[in-house]
Design a protein around this ligand. Sequence first.
Ligand code: SF4
Length: 380
Amino acid sequence: MAQHNLPSPSRESRSGEYREWTDPYNSFNSLKGLLYRDWMEGILKGEFLPPVEASIDPVYSCNLDCVWCNSHGILKNGSIKGKKMTTKHLLDLCRFLGEWGVKGACFAGGGEPLLHEGCAEATEELAKAGVESAFLTNGINLEGDAAEAIVKYSRWVGVSVDSGSRDNYSKIKNIPPEFFDRVVENLAGIVELRNRSGSKLEVSYKFLIHPDNADQILPAAKLAKEIGVDYIHARPAASENILGGADCALDFPMDIVNEQLSKIFELQDENFKVFGIRHKFSPRMTLKKNFCSCLAAPLLIQLGADGNCYLCVDHRGKPGFIIGRHEPDPKQILEFWGGKDMIDFMEKVDLEKCPRCTFGIYNEIMEKVLVEDRMCMSFP
Ligand code: SF4
């Protein structure tokens, strides 16, 4: 059967091979891209709107060493290793994003965002500026002021645990097993804080599937439910980032992966949801590209800890993908955003050299829905 071009909104893929969710109205359904029609049409016309989202990397360092890290180039070797925004600049950036009209800001990583001491203050600043915030963190420092600010101000926090046991965690993250206990404690702590405060924060247990942790999906889901998080989000690690080439593929033990992913759905109840995201990948969970050009990148701005803005999250930290600077003054962004140089830059992107494209299905939507009108837009 031919690969589907867009994810089915039904509970299973169109081929019936696997289930990704039981409720299509969720954050991981890439049909969400249809919500961004105004932004996409602006890009196609060369009249860019401010991005929907900003991805902020406050610091280029990490306290773990995951086997699949897609930021090894940044964290281990590159000239930007260890770079960190000043807290003043981070706060200026948050204010600017609100004035510019950005809707959401995610603190994430080419590193571990909570290694930056300014995150709690920045989260509050974003809230004051009318920007929703979110965190992707390894959970080791998810405590104290940072945890309180996240509970008070953020929309969601995803904690990359990626395992269901101490020994496996230790092996895949190159860290003593005690850190697994600490992350689980921090997760339980933030759930409790959220429950007590009545905040709308969504807390998730993130699980990046790799051949070395494939048998951990079910134990992880059981633990996640026990802790009381809202959901577990499992998806494949990017082969091309680990093996160093767009045509490389990890050899996932698909029998184990499919069995475990299917069993975790039995744990679902009204308080605990399961997402096993597969539609962005081939059936063997490797790279899939069903688009011809880079169009969707300006839905997001990637703000590096080194003061550079990169074309997209997947090329963060790479000198060849710098589109401008946000430091020292974030307003510099307005000088290049949507300008001729940025448009030319996007036109020259060689898709063969792109790793997994986080916005791949948004690129498909722009080509197949907006340009080719395959969904007959004038007929609801
Ligand atoms: S990965 Fe490639 S196609 Fe995707 S947004 Fe980045 S540059 Fe564009």
